[in-house]
Structure formats: structure tokens, C-alpha cells
Design a protein around this ligand. Structure first.
Ligand code: PEP
Ligand code: MG
Length: 881
């Protein structure tokens, strides 16, 4: 097995395609060498060697030493220097390089090969004793820390002491003699502290550094980073051993980093920074203020590379163009200039914002560098989220007071209010408010509408607040345990004891879960040209349709703008909370008999019909799925004595009687209680009224306005086919009655949600009664895991932090478990009714991995919150490509 790959003038053994074996850095160094760019020669020890090393208890395979020797000899030839030579020494850098970049997580050693002899050679080569001793002392500091495990502060302390004695401020004020002395002091201190001497043999130094870099793959920082970014430990890191070039050998030297295009805006302008007379780490460390690469990139206060070193600048410009053409992507590059000679030290695909990703992809298609397919694949679906909501101004200062779940993205600030009523009132006065609740319920919807953002102390990613806020495209921080909400005192208190009262201003970042004190400036989303163009390509490639979850014509309108192709879920309960309606609903629930209920429902019917007219009109003939009432009845009950008294007056009964009834309706486990189709079974009048409203709205539009509408009536929470048999028969009866009354032909579909395991497992029987299925993966996740969606926020984060679960299953569909039920449901459904229409309307419908799962399983559509529609479209295109 070959473990070492050389790169250097004449011979290059690796290519950019070999990232898995050579790591990203090594593969690209080889590639740059191959296309003739100036790269200091070197060699890469493979990631496979790293794996071997760990397999064999940190021992190397036989023959490796000889392989490294041979490469070292070749390197000496390429550089015309000798490793360990006192006249013309070759110095080396030893760096890690994984398949994907893990910035700053692993170790690096620079200036390797220095000792009391070779430092003389370096003085000779550079003509600069100060530089040589400075490199030497840096090497000892780095090596003793990284390889020998000595605490960095000990030698740092000696350096500081030296500066005090010499009465100087900066490292650069120390003389060659000072630094030479410091080298001696360092070596003595190391011996004294560790009981062993600093190695003088360059070969020993080299192996020490290689061991340390391979060893750093398993340091705690790297392990944590891998976990956070799902990078498998088996991948291992490569080690790159490369000839040193010096950016710190005087003012004809420099080092810098640059992007071939602007990584935050995507503008096609070369963009970067450099430092004169410095080593690479100095740019990143931020000790000195870097200078701009080109005149246009700076504010004019510091001279640019273009002005200081015009020749090197021109060469760098040419190289960056070559690299972009070659890689056909925006590159992030590192370079060093040694005595007016330019060297490339790294190139890789540059990280970029969503905005930049889109602009770069679209521009590159227009430049003929990539095709539309590739452009679509260049933008990560999840990234789009950044673009679709206002976001915090990245330049803003923020004072974070607590952090909760990033439940609905976007950013917003305003005065705190603690009730939906106060939110509405404030809104009427033209104020911006943040609604703070322990948790929200459907009763708070109007307040959520009025608020700029929602903050809850309890609840998870599919808690009521989270789902509704996402639907509205409002930012929401949910389950923020770091605040204690006190409604009575109209205040909340943070963990640090700070008190926030009604009217105080906070800002929420729903993309990070941060809650900030005061008002933090935000910037608006831009859905202009490039975005639209990219999305038009997206639509060419996807098969899966994308619908939206929308309860109001306004939601529907927003979703249409984002490209929704229908409504996959209209949750009718959200239509019931407006004041007059909730009174009627309560009257209906608390009525003694059928007649009383019918009377109350008759009041709601015209309003409900109006809702559907609005939705159908907005959707202009696109499919609309309307779900009949789903939540537990008790959610509609009056809570306060005032509510009860008001209702009692309307119903002309004793308040005491209503109170008793309300208590009777209390449930211990409402999510598994009297909800969903069970309501339709026990109170058939409710569903009858809703079906009548749906069909009357549809018939009127068909008859009077010439619409083509095929309403899809959806019955929730079915667990047994017999439930659906009964409810379907009821619905058909009402539908036929309405159609006959209007005397026209209107097609309709009656289907069900698959959101209980039993429904999935018996989907063949259920399909006999259903013309479509919509997987309600919120409830299906809840019931499959036995995990309460409203309470999980208290403990699920713990599971995710400890990696008991890789992700929150309410966010990312659990494909092995819940996904299996979806698969079974699809298969059995199709068996019994070939061509049955299949969709998903749980929150997962807008999550990229889950969308891909839906594509792979042949679903017809996904349905998600309006603001997630573009994400789902892009994910569906990725799935198809
Ligand atoms: C679901 O359960 O996935 C669903 C879409 O319905 P809801 O969230 O309204 O329970
Ligand atoms: Mg549900």
C-alpha cells in the first residue's frame, strides 16, 4: 500500500479527486501543482495511514519510514535545500488536513528542522539573524506545546519577561541577541519542566510532529467538532509535510487569504486581506489589522497589495482566475510572498452565505462555467431559510439574555406583552410587540398574529407556538427555559436575575434561539432576480409537488408567492378563535342536546363558508385540502369566570352549570383523548357543518364564478377503518345534498390523515375508504415514539446533546422508525388503491432530508409552512438530480 503522495515541480502523484485519501488540503495542493501553479513542494501522508495508525495502537506499518525518507529526498531535490543541513537547510511545515475542513481543531507545526546548527544556515539564506532566531523561538514554542505537551503559557511568560527586562512593547522590538538568548532559556525551561531535552535531530522532530498531527485527530476538541458536524471518526486526517516559505522575512514578504468572489454578497470581485512581513497564522489571529488585496476592497486607509506589490498582485489575479475556471467554483485561497515571489498554500471551495451561494451559482451559469443542474445543486436547501425572513444585521452588537429553541426563523424586536389581548391592543396603537407566554394555545392565535415575534418558556419544535409561528412566517423562540414568566407580575426573570417588565424591549433571533436585550437592527429579505431565476431552474428538475399548510387567505397568498402548488393542509380549528366564533363554538360544545349544538353551529356556518371562499379564490383552482376539526374540545373551553359569565348570559343558563360541564370535559391526556375523528363520531353535527360549508363555497364558485375546484375533504386521526366508514358516509351524504341543492356537478375527494401507527399498519383497509392519504408526521412521530410534542422540549434537547438521538425527530423525520410506518402506509395504500394520492403535511414536509425521503418513497407532494415552500422545492430538485 502506498501511504505517501508527493507533490512538487515535475512529479505530482495526487489529484483534486483524491480528497478522501489525501484530505482536502493535500488533494488541492497536488492539483494546484499539476496545473502549474507555484506551490512549495511537499508530500501527503494519507488518511488511510491515520486509520492504520489507530488500528495498530498508534504504530505505523512497516516500510513507512523508508517511504517518508524517499519523499524527503525528492523534496530536497525539488527545493534545492537539505533537511538538517547547517549551510542550506530545508525547513518544513507539518499540517493536518481532513476530507472536510475542521478549522483550528487539529495541530500544526511550522519552521520544523531548526536547531543550533541549521539556524546558522537560515541566517545565511535570509541574511537576517533576527528573522532566523525569531523563527527558531517560534518553532520551539509551537513544537514544545503541540508535540511535547508543554503548557504554552510557561514559555510565553519567559517571552513577556524578556520584553520587560528589555523595556520594549512588541515582540518585533526584541533583537536577534534577545531572541537567541530566549531560545536558550526556552530549551532550559523545557528540560527542567518535562525532564527531557528539546530534540535537536531534525528527523526526530519530523516524526514527533507527524505523530502529534495524527494524534490530534483524537483530541477532545476534534472529537467534539466531528460530533457536531457528523464527521465519522473512521475518516481520519492526512498529514501534509511541505517546504516552508516565509512571509516574514522583511518587507518584500507577505501572507494573506482571499476569496475569488465576495463570500457574503457573491459579487464577482476578488476579495481578500494580507499582512506585510508576517506568517500565515498572524492574519487569522487578528493581532494586526490586515490590508486589503485590491484598492477597491479597502476604505483607503491602508495601502493594498495592488499598490504595494503590483507584480505579485497581477500574478495572484491571474492565479485566482485560473483556479475558478479550473474548479468552476468560488475558491478560498491562502498565499505567501517570500522576497517578492508568490506561493500558493491552499485552495478550497469557499464558505458563503445563502445570498452569495445563489448569486455565484446564477452568475456561473451565465458565465458558462456550470450548467443549471449544477447551479441548483450548489445551493443547500436549508440555507435558503436565511433569505426568506428578516434577519439580524450581522454588524449589530447584541446582548443575549437567554437562549431557547430556534423554533421559527427570522428576527424581530419589540415591547414585551404577556397576553394575546395586550398584543392586539398594542398593535392597534401601532406598537411592535413580542408576545411572551409560558406556552401558547389556539386562543393566542390573534395575539400571535399581532406580534412581531413569539417567545415561550415551554414547548418543543412542534409545540403550538412553533408550528403556528412557522406557518405565519413569524420568528419564534420556544422552550426558553432560561426565563421565568410571571403573568401576575407581568414580567419575566432571566437566569442571571435580570427582570424584564411589560413594555421593556427585547429582540428575538428565531434562527439561533437567542433572546436579546433591547432593539437589535434587522435587514429585510430580498427575493429578487437571482433567487427567482434559480427557483425556475429548480422547478424544471423536481418531480415532487410542493403544497403549503395554510389556514387563511393571507397564508395562502404568501405561499403562492413562494411557489406553492396547492394547500396540503388547512387546519380549520384556527378559524374558530375569533371572538364571535369562539362564543358560538363554546355554546356548541356546552349545549345539552343536538338541537342546541345545531343552533350554535348554524351561527358558525356562514363564517366558515366565507373562510373557504377566501381560500379557494386565493388558490385559483389549485388543489385545496381541508381538514375537519381536530383538536380536543377542551381547548375551546372558557377559562376565566368572566368568559363563563359572558357565555352563560348568551346561552341563558346558570354559570355554575357551564362550569360543571367544562370540568367534565377536562382530559388527562388530551392528545390521545377526545380529538380528531373521534369528535366527528360523537358530534357528527360539527363535521356536517364543515362539509356543508366547504361544498357550498365550492359550488358557489363553480356555479357563479366558473372556477374549477376539486375540494379535498380530510378526516384526521383515523386509527380504524370503521371510523372512516362512518365518517365518510356522513360526509358523502352532506356533499350530495349540497350538490343536488346547487344542481351542478362538482368533483370532490374524501381522504384521511395517516398519523397513528395503527392507521399506517392497516393502510390497505383504510385505503378502501380514502381517496387520498396525507401523512401527519407530527402526530405520527408523537405516537410512534410515545413522545409528547408539547412537552418534549423539556428533555429532548438533552437527548440530542448527548447524541442519544442524532436529531430532534419532530424536526427531521426519523426514517428508520417513523419513516418505516410511512413506507408501509404508502405500500399498503397503493396495494389496495393503485394510484392513491399520497402526501405529507407534518412539519417534516419542509425539512430537506425528509423531503428527499418523500421523493424516494414516491409521494406525490409535500406540504409545509409557506416560508418553507422554496426550501422544499429546492430539496425536491436535489432529490431528483
Ligand atoms: C400532523 O400531525 O402531522 C399534522 C399535520 O397535524 P397537526 O400538526 O395539526 O396535528
Ligand atoms: Mg395531527
Amino acid at each position: 500500500v502506498k501511504y505517501v503522495y508527493f507533490f512538487g515541480a515535475g512529479v505530482t502523484e495526487g489529484t483534486a479527486e483524491m480528497k478522501n485519501l489525501l484530505g482536502g488540503k493535500g488533494a488541492n495542493l497536488a492539483e494546484m501543482t499539476a496545473i502549474g501553479l507555484p506551490v512549495p513542494a511537499g508530500f501527503t501522508l494519507t488518511t488511510e495511514l491515520c486509520t492504520e495508525f489507530y488500528k495498530n495502537d498508534r504504530c505505523y506499518p512497516e516500510g513507512l519510514e523508508a517511504e517518508v525518507e524517499a519523499n524527503l529526498t525528492q523534496l530536497e531535490k525539488a527545493m534545492d535545500k537539505k533537511f538538517g543541513d547547517s549551510a542550506n537547510p530545508l525547513l518544513l511545515s507539518v499540517r493536518s488536513g481532513g476530507r472536510v475542513s475542521m478549522p483550528g481543531m487539529m495541530d500544526t507545526v511550522l519552521n520544523l528542522g531548526l536547531n543550533d546548527d541549521t539556524v546558522q544556515g537560515l541566517i545565511e539564506q535570509s541574511g537576517d539573524a533576527r528573522f532566523a532566531y525569531d523563527s527558531y523561538r517560534r518553532f520551539i514554542q509551537m513544537y514544545s506545546n503541540v508535540v511535547m505537551g508543554m503548557s504554552g503559557s510557561v514559555l510565553e511568560h519567559l517571552l513577556e519577561h524578556m520584553k520587560e527586562v528589555r523595556d520594549v512593547e512588541l515582540d518585533t522590538d526584541l533583537t536577534a541577541d534577545d531572541l537567541k538568548q530566549l531560545v536558550e532559556l526556552f530549551k532550559n525551561k523545557i528540560k527542567e519542566t518535562l525532564g527531557r531535552a528539546f530534540p535537536t535531530d531534525p528527523k526526530e522532530q519530523l516524526w514527533g510532529a507527524i505523530n502529534a498531527v495524527f494524534g490530534s485527530w483524537m483530541n477532545p476538541r476534534a472529537i467534539t467538532y466531528r460530533k457536531l458536524n457528523s464527521i465519522p471518526a473512521e475518516w481520519g486526517t492526512a498529514v501534509n509535510v511541505q517546504a516552508m516559505v516565509f512571509g516574514n522575512m522583511g518587507n518584500s514578504c507577505a501572507t494573506g487569504v482571499a476569496f475569488t468572489r465576495n463570500p457574503s454578497t457573491g459579487d464577482n470581485h476578488f476579495f481578500g486581506e494580507f499582512l506585510l512581513n508576517a506568517q500565515g497564522e498572524d492574519v487569522v489571529a487578528g493581532i494586526r489589522t490586515p490590508q486589503p488585496i485590491n484598492k477597491a476592497g479597502g476604505d483607503g486607509s491602508l495601502p493594498s497589495l495592488e499598490e504595494v506589490m503590483p507584480d505579485c498582485y497581477q500574478q495572484l489575479m491571474d492565479i485566482q482566475q485560473t483556479l475558478e475556471k479550473h474548479y468552476r467554483d468560488m475558491q478560498d485561497i491562502e498565499f505567501t510572498i517570500e522576497k517578492n515571489k508568490l506561493y500558493m498554500l491552499q485552495t478550497r471551495g469557499g464558505k458563503r452565505t445563502a445570498k452569495a451561494a445563489i448569486k455565484i451559482a446564477v452568475d456561473m451559469v451565465q458565465e458558462g462555467l456550470i450548467d443549471e443542474k449544477e447551479a441548483v445543486l450548489r445551493v443547500a436547501p436549508g440555507q435558503l431559510d436565511q433569505l426568506l425572513h428578516p434577519s439580524l444585521d450581522p454588524k449589530a452588537v447584541k446582548d443575549v439574555i437567554a437562549t431557547g429553541l430556534p423554533a421559527s426563523p427570522g428576527a424581530a424586536g419589540g415591547e414585551i406583552v404577556f397576553s394575546a389581548e395586550d398584543a392586539e391592543e398594542a398593535k392597534k396603537l401601532g406598537l411592535k410587540v413580542i408576545l411572551v407566554r409560558i406556552e401558547t394555545s389556539p386562543e393566542d392565535i390573534h395575539g400571535m398574529h399581532a406580534a412581531e415575534g413569539i417567545l415561550t418558556a415551554r414547548g418543543g419544535m412542534t409545540s403550538h407556538a412553533a408550528v403556528v409561528a412557522r406557518g405565519m412566517g413569524k420568528c419564534c423562540v420556544a422552550g426558553c427555559g432560561g426565563i421565568k414568566v410571571d403573568y401576575a407580575a407581568q414580567q419575566f426573570v432571566t437566569n442571571s436575575g435580570e427582570v424584564f417588565k411589560k413594555g421593556d424591549i427585547v429582540t428575538l433571533d428565531g434562527s439561533t434561539g437567542e433572546v436579546m436585550k433591547g432593539s437589535v437592527p434587522t435587514v429585510q429579505p430580498e427575493l429578487t432576480g437571482d433567487f427567482g431565476l434559480l427557483m425556475s431552474w429548480v422547478d424544471k428538475f423536481r418531480r415532487l409537488k410542493v403544497r403549503t399548510n395554510a389556514d387563511t387567505p393571507l397564508d395562502a397568498q404568501v405561499a403562492r408567492q413562494f411557489g406553492a402548488e396547492g394547500i396540503g393542509l388547512c387546519r380549520t380549528e384556527h378559524m374558530f378563535f375569533e371572538h364571535d366564533r369562539i362564543m358560538a363554538v363554546r355554546e356548541m360544545i356546552l349545549s345539552e342536546d343536538v338541537e342546541g349544538r345545531k343552533g350554535a353551529l348554524a351561527k358558525i356556518l356562514p363564517m366558515q363558508k366565507g373562510d373557504f371562499l377566501g381560500l379557494f379564490r386565493e388558490m385559483k383552482g389549485l388543489p385545496v385540502t381541508i381538514r375537519l376539526l381536530d383538536p380536543p374540545l377542551h381547548e375551546f373551553l372558557p377559562h376565566t369566570d368572566k368568559d363563563i359569565d359572558e357565555l352563560a348570559a348568551v346561552m341563558q343558563v346558570q354559570p355554575q352549570l357551564l362550569k360543571q360541564k367544562a370540568e367534565f370535559l377536562h382530559e388527562f391526556n388530551p392528545m390521545l383523548g377526545h380529538r380528531g375523528c373521534r369528535l366527528g363520531m360523537t358530534f357528527p353535527e360539527i363535521y356536517d357543518m364543515q362539509v356543508q360549508a366547504i361544498m357550498e363555497a365550492a359550488c358557489e364558485l363553480v356555479k357563479n364564478e366558473g372556477y374549477e375546484i376539486v375540494p379535498e375533504i380530510m378526516i384526521p386521526l383515523v386509527g380504524h377503518v370503521n371510523e372512516l366508514k362512518v365518517l365518510r358516509a356522513n360526509a358523502v351524504r352532506v356533499v350530495e345534498e349540497v350538490i343536488n341543492r346547487y344542481g351542478i356537478q362538482v368533483e370532490y375527494l374524501i381522504g384521511t390523515m395517516i398519523e397513528l401507527p395503527r392507521a399506517a399498519l392497516t393502510a390497505d383497509e383504510i385505503a378502501g375508504e380514502a381517496e387520498f392519504f396525507s401523512f401527519g408526521t407530527n402526530d405520527l412521530t408523537q405516537t410512534t415514539f410515545g413522545l409528547s410534542r408539547d412537552d418534549a422540549g423539556k428533555f429532548l434537547p438533552f437527548y440530542v446533546n448527548r447524541e442519544v438521538l442524532a436529531e430532534d425527530p419532530f424536526v427531521v423525520l426519523d426514517q428508520e422508525g417513523v419513516g418505516q410506518l410511512v413506507k408501509i402506509g404508502c405500500e399498503k395504500g397503493r396495494q389496495a388503491r393503485p394510484g392513491i394520492k399520497l402526501g405529507i403535511c407534518g412539519e417534516h414536509g419542509g425539512e430537506p432530508n425528509s423531503v428527499i425521503f418523500c421523493h424516494d418513497n414516491g409521494l406525490d407532494y409535500v406540504s409545509c409552512s409557506p416560508y418553507r415552500v422554496p426550501i422544499a422545492r429546492l430539496a425536491a430538485a436535489h432529490a431528483a438530480l
